[in-house]
Design a protein around this ligand. Structure first.
Ligand code: TYC
Length: 126
């Protein structure tokens, strides 16, 4: 299992009713007999793709620097992604939980505006 949820899924399956302590938390019938086992409710965050859009004016070097600074890409990966966007019109910079994606989009847009480039960055639910 390579994602972060493998351990969580395994933990949940180990804590099924009738297993281990049981759903009353190991307090088997000593008090009310009410099922009180608390299973901490964890939610997997929805993931969002952050995309860069091509335009005719933003310098290639600016896009490469943004990909390195905001998305922590190597120079080589940044160049590859920039050229993909340049040739295909749109490309993925990364996939993140909502607030992380939102912050990255804001950083890109703020930097583009400050430098008077028309570069556009958007996010979409995966
Ligand atoms: N098309 C731009 C140019 O020729 C480069 C560019 C690449 C712009 C990627 C935006 O997201 C972008 N200067």
């Amino acid at each position: 299992m390579t994602d972060n949820f493998g351990n969580e899924l395994a933990r949940r399956s180990r804590l099924g009713p009738g297993d281990g302590e049981g759903k009353d938390g190991g307090n088997a019938g000593l008090e009310s007999g009410t099922a009180t086992k608390v299973r901490p409710k964890t939610k997997r965050p929805s993931l969002y793709r952050v995309l860069l859009l091509n335009d005719d004016y933003t310098p290639m070097e600016f896009v490469v620097l943004v990909l390195q600074d905001v998305f922590n890409k190597t120079r080589e990966d940044a160049m590859r992604i920039m050229l993909h966007v340049h040739n295909q019109g749109v490309g993925e910079c990364g996939v993140y939980p909502f607030e992380v994606a939102e912050t990255k989009v804001t950083r890109v847009m703020d930097s583009a505006r400050k430098n008077q480039h028309p570069l556009q960055c958007v996010m979409e639910k995966q």
